[in-house]
Design a protein. Structure first.
Length: 259
């Protein structure tokens, strides 16, 4: 049995009044989400003794998120919703349970409608400002499968980064004569930090400047082992990037090609 990480359970929100106009969206930099159920019961005295009569199930959803510009629009809408008593749609989606057959491309989800009952912005001089929201749900929700776009997943998986500058890591790149004429054999150390990372390269008359997080999707993809065609004395710049081609590390070398 696999343990499900909390970040794989995402919550998407939308005002019901905007269902025909807007897709649901996540609240970025969420630090905690929860769904709770409760059922009170009444005590009834009978000739045979006391019995408990259960009342209706009550469902509540809460979320806490760091105060960030990415959330301004959604938080603003939820703030207005609590004033207007507007109905909010909420999807609780498990990204580790993709759909099959007719639900391919979707994920196991539970759909709710309810009202914002509490919205609080808290801040102090030492911690990051954060929003806390609570929703009272109508009924108990409905199970099904929901479409979650790449953009929605990216927003839901935002991880907060503090203010110091994040610097580009360093790669040691060496060039030696390749197997075929005009080719060079490139070696890079250290090895990639993650198997999902990839290498990109660019050959030019001088070293190409790279900064952390730079989009290098237009650079040439390299598998890390194959020879590269390049002229002797040109400069090859190699970048280790993540799966979205954002630069993590870089290094360069003067090319030595086989004559």
């Amino acid at each position: 049995m696999a343990v499900i990480q909390g970040k794989r359970i995402v919550y998407l929100y939308r005002l019901l009044s905007e269902a025909a106009e807007n897709a649901a969206t996540a609240i970025a930099f969420s630090t905690e989400n929860s769904t709770s159920k409760s059922r009170d019961s009444d005590t009834v005295s009978t000739k045979s003794g006391t019995i408990r009569v259960p009342q209706d199930v009550e469902v509540e959803i809460s979320t806490t998120a760091l105060f960030a510009s990415e959330n301004d629009e959604m938080i603003g809408k939820l703030d207005t919703a609590i004033d207007d008593g507007a109905v909010v749609e909420i999807w609780e989606v498990n990204l580790d349970k993709p759909g099959t057959d007719t639900n391919v491309g979707k994920y196991s989800a539970k759909y709710y409608q309810g009202y914002v009952t509490s919205l609080e912005l808290s801040s102090n001089s030492e911690d990051h400002a954060e929003y806390s929201l609570e929703f009272a749900i109508n009924g108990t929700g409905a199970k099904g499968y929901a479409t979650v776009s790449d953009e929605q997943q990216e927003l839901a998986s935002y991880v907060f980064k503090d203010t110091p500058i994040t610097t580009l890591g360093s790669l040691t790149v060496t060039s030696a004569a390749g197997t075929a004429s005009g080719d060079t054999a490139i070696t890079v150390t250290p090895t990639k930090e993650s198997t999902s990372n990839v290498y990109k390269y660019k050959v030019a008359a001088s070293a190409t400047d790279v900064v952390y997080g730079q989009d290098v999707s237009s650079w040439t993809l390299w598998d890390g082992t194959s020879d590269i065609t390049a002229a002797t004395n040109q400069i090859i710049t190699v970048v280790e990037c993540d799966a979205t081609y954002k630069a993590l590390k870089a290094g360069n070398a003067t090319v030595t090609a086989k004559v």
